[in-house]
Design a binder for this molecule. Sequence first.
Ligand code: PSU
Ligand code: MN
Length: 303
Amino acid sequence: MIPIHYSAEVRAAKDAGHPIVALESTIITHGMPYPQNVEVAAQVEQDIREEGAVPATMAVIEGKLHVGLEPEQLQWLGQAQGVAKISRADMAACISTGGTGATTVAATRIAAHYAGIEVFATGGIGGVHQGAETTFDISADLHELGHTPVTVVAAGAKAILDLAKTLEVLETLGVPVIAHGQDEFPAFWSAKSPFAAPLRMDSADAIAKAHSTRRALGLPGGQLVANPIPAADQIPAEELAPIIAEAQSDADAHRITGKAVTPYLLQRIFEKTEGRSLVANIALVRNNARLAAKIAQALVKQR
Ligand code: PSU
Ligand code: MN
């Protein structure tokens, strides 16, 4: 077995059987600028505590798998240069070579499951990119949702993606997509999209029951809970559409490929919205963290 380096808080919660919520770290190293990244990460952890659960931010630091970061480790990671973005494909290599990497949705799910954590909060999952019919750019996050029995709360898939194709792939992989409190699949910065979510649930309890039922049936894979951004914080989809299109054509013109695509698009959208995309991103991550904490608590109570 690969040893897990727990934060003191997560170790105590594990021993006591308290609810724990996993958090990713790519959003810190590749999704937001310093120092907001560290402030937001600490704030999201605090939101989870205030809802009665314990946060476990994942990262690989100098070859060690960390489940829960101490405040000084979070500070360090938020400023570190050259941190890898690790997904399913690079996780083992990062650990075996003594590397340092931030975990994407896919890698965070792997780490959470390895540490026995069943609930995870993030901003938006990766998915099928626009133009995937020629580039084949489909995030490993989707396959991981089909593999690992962890429920993730996200504000849908990022609107930079092809949402229709993303929903089709999730269906193919047998991933339940559950909209929280509305019928539509949310579009990250906007609460609504033109797409209906396949499932809808209105409480953390119902989501926790569905999670346990899936496990009891012996089905591999986890659930995607699509939690809309609070109405007051959203950016209307009509306003964002041309900005996303410009960012995508910039990415094409600069031949951005592979892992660099998502961080590049998010950065361009940040610049073109003069930072508004980041404000919305922070609001939705915090909202997701609170719902994830409630689901983790419901799971513990139902046991
Ligand atoms: N959401 C954000 N910023 C990010 C990401 C999500 O607001 O940086 C990251 C997540 O870690 C997600 C990853 O898993 O982008 C997807 O990358 P890719 O499309 O390369 O699979
Ligand atoms: Mn990709």
